[in-house]
Design a protein around this ligand. Structure first.
Ligand SMILES: N[C@@H](CCC[C@H](N)C(=O)O)C(=O)O
Length: 278
């Protein structure tokens, strides 16, 4: 796949959900085109389009479409809540429907549009066992043996959640990389810092695996609410203030629902010159 020759032009869309920004390539009806090299080149905010994640839509036999994710460093991600919401919004418009299902590395996910225009996705059940997150060895996942005693939660991707006095005071570039690459996380981890505003309201900031500081992170927001509820800090339905906007999480019996805004910013075409230089 990495050696496959890319087509000479590729159309894309730029979308964001609460400032978490994405480039989306629709490969339905043809071979997939995204490689780690393309993701890295396109993810460059000076020489490419820039994005937090690149998402590729492809055909699915069982659901409305398949969705795969890459971070801006070229690594793959098993889940991306905000990109799932953005692409679902686009696809629901195309299908003329207010609900759909999609296939991701995690399995089948369900999304729907609310009457106020926001889009919700069921991100599935949280992974709480150390081997599923994954961690390098068996530990209490709700109280990790690390300074600050964070919690680890999997949402199809790994998250390490710190509850702090003031999330806004956290120096993300100083704190994030060391946790992202800590040996306890064999596949690296996303890192969230949150403080309690009220039992149904959190402030959260994030350092994403493979992308660094982002303005929001859907799966990270879900992981943070799961950890907050299990720690007895919040209920199961929580509003979360990210740097780029407000997201809602509702941990129900059928999974963790993530709700928030989506925006289509522009569409474009990658030039033959850009693609030839890969
Ligand atoms: N922004 C995302 C999460 C993206 C993937 C993450 N960086 C990873 O590598 O797991 C979201 O909205 O969930």
């Amino acid at each position: 796949m990495e050696n496959r020759k890319a087509p000479s032009q590729i159309a894309f869309m730029k979308m964001h959900g609460a400032g978490n920004d994405f480039v989306i390539i629709d490969s339905r009806g043809r071979d997939t085109v995204v490689t780690a090299k393309l993701a890295q080149a396109l993810g460059d905010r000076h020489r490419g389009t820039g994005f937090d994640q690149l998402a590729e839509i492809s055909d699915s036999q069982d659901t409305d479409f398949t969705l795969d994710f890459w971070n801006s460093d070229g690594s793959r991600a098993g889940a991306c809540g905000n990109a799932t919401r953005c692409v679902s919004d686009y696809m629901m418009h195309e299908l003329g429907s207010d609900a759909l299902s999609l296939t991701t590395q995690r399995g089948t996910l369900h999304a729907k549009r609310l009457p106020d225009g926001r889009v919700s996705v069921n991100m599935g059940h949280p992974q709480r066992d150390w081997s599923e997150i994954p961690l390098s060895h068996a530990v209490d996942t709700l109280n990790l043996p690390l300074p600050g005693t964070p919690a680890a939660v999997g949402m199809g991707n790994p998250h390490c959640v710190f509850f702090v006095k003031d999330a806004e005071a956290v120096d993300l570039p100083a704190e994030g990389p060391g946790i992202e690459h800590h040996p306890l996380f064999p596949q690296r981890t996303n890192v969230e810092f949150a403080h309690l505003i009220a039992p149904d309201h959190l402030r959260m900031r994030v350092w994403e695996r493979g992308a660094g500081i982002t303005l929001a992170c859907g799966s990270g927001t879900c992981a943070t609410v799961v950890a907050a509820h299990l720690r007895g800090l919040t209920g199961r339905a929580v509003t979360v203030e990210a740097d780029g906007g407000t997201l809602q999480v509702d941990w129900r019996d059928d999974g963790v629902w993530l709700t928030g805004p989506t925006a289509h910013v522009f569409s474009g075409t990658l030039t033959p010159a850009f693609l030839a230089a890969l």
